[in-house]
Design a protein around this ligand. Structure first.
Ligand code: AMP
Length: 372
């Protein structure tokens, strides 16, 4: 099912302007890929001196709900996209009324709400953990009887990197857990004792062609992605299933652009989708250095209607995020001739802030070594 029944539009050629809503590192790396292909980038973000604006031709610094600024932005771009999920849907819809928006506002709306997201996934043949909508402590107590413990209570919207998540074990009081979540509406999820976490990043073009990067394994620390290892050390049939599920989700979304699908691999080799993101993803950063075409170039190609590039992995890779003070490892990393360093141009290294990442390559087939 696609939301856009119009025939694929003509490609948007180099020289045209891509509008990116959001000013973070994903926009920055997209803008760099766009520049390499000869495009101009106009960023829309409330943040002054944002990572994306630093490397783009133009930036509008305005509130996401400043309609006049949004209209002017939409009028200045040939195509628009977004680089993070917590943009108000109204912002994207406003721009979409005046400029082609890829992916569609609908893709964003589904990904923004964990309940809508998991309902959509299950309806389209993508398995998830059992879940329930929670709007009161009583509903939580009831849902815990159904789903069992341990479980995880998450805010339905605006949560990321573990914010707004409460683990519920045998002794947790539902009323207290509900309060700790810090939102009115949440989602209760069964807790998975997973073997590993993996993700698939793929591009899909307007004609429905899909190009997926190899499945990568993700390791988190304090709920934030710490390391990605590519390829994931999983059985080929599990990797194939992960790719099949991701492609099914992209198709069901009618997605034109990039999609990241984060999954748990259970101990008996099943894949359960945890989250989807219709944009470049942290777990795809390794593709910058290890693939023929990076996720960012692929994103630009899909959004501009160009043929998709080759996602083949020429090397195995280990990507380490530089979170907060870890960016101070720069002096040592820059002396490591094999370290491919990417810094995002952010100011102070606050705890939990993604400051950059570093990727090491290994001969294809030998497997990545976990960075220290
Ligand atoms: P999320 O914000 O949903 O991406 O969650 C962040 C991380 O918390 C995940 O990558 C997992 O490591 C862990 N996590 C989230 N949900 C669950 C779950 N239902 N069962 C087990 N671990 C989870």
């Amino acid at each position: 099912m696609t939301t856009d029944s119009r025939p694929p539009a003509a490609p948007i050629p180099p020289g045209a302007t891509i509008g990116i809503v959001g000013g973070g590192q994903l926009g920055r790396m997209t803008a760099l890929a766009a520049a390499r292909l000869g495009y101009r980038v106009h960023v829309f973000t409330p943040e002054a001196d944002s990572p994306a604006a630093q490397v783009s031709e133009r930036a509008t610094v305005a509130d996401y709900l400043d309609m006049a600024a949004l209209d002017a932005f939409a009028g200045s771009v040939d195509v628009a996209t977004f680089e993070f999920e917590n943009v108000p849907a109204a912002t994207v819809e406003r721009i979409a009324a005046r400029a082609p928006m890829r992916p569609s506002a609908r893709c964003l709306e589904i990904a923004q709400d964990r309940i809508r997201e998991k309902t959509f996934l299950n309806a389209n043949g993508a398995p998830t953990v059992p879940f329930a909508r929670i709007a009161s402590p009583a509903e939580l107590a009831c849902a815990l009887d159904e789903i069992g413990r341990p479980a995880v209570l998450k805010t339905a919207t605006l949560g990321y990197d573990g914010k707004g998540q409460v683990k519920i074990d045998a002794r947790t009081d539902p009323a207290e857990a509900y309060l700790r979540m810090g939102a009115d509406v949440g989602i209760l999820e069964g807790f998975v004792d997973f073997a590993c976490e993996v993700s698939v990043v793929l591009a899909r073009d307007a004609a429905g062609r899909v190009a997926a990067f190899d499945v990568a394994e993700n390791r988190h620390a304090n709920h934030i992605l710490d390391v990605t290892l590519a390829p994931a050390a999983i059985a080929p049939e599990v990797a194939d299933e992960a790719e099949r599920v991701a492609a099914r989700v992209a198709e069901a979304l009618g997605l034109v652009g990039l999609l990241a699908v984060e999954m748990f691999v259970t101990r008996d080799g099943c894949v359960l989708v945890n989250e989807i993101a219709p944009r470049p993803h942290n777990s795809g950063h390794w593709t910058l250095d290890a693939c023929v075409t990076s996720q960012f170039e692929q994103f630009v190609r899909a959004v501009c209607g160009l043929p998709l590039g080759d996602p083949a992995r020429h090397s195995d890779a280990a990507m380490k995020n530089l979170i907060g003070d870890e960016v101070n490892r720069f002096d040592a990393l820059v002396r490591d001739p094999g370290a491919k360093i990417h810094l995002y141009g952010k100011g102070a290294p606050r705890p939990g802030r993604k400051m950059g990442h570093v990727t090491w390559l290994f001969p294809r087939g030998l497997g990545p070594k976990t960075p220290g």
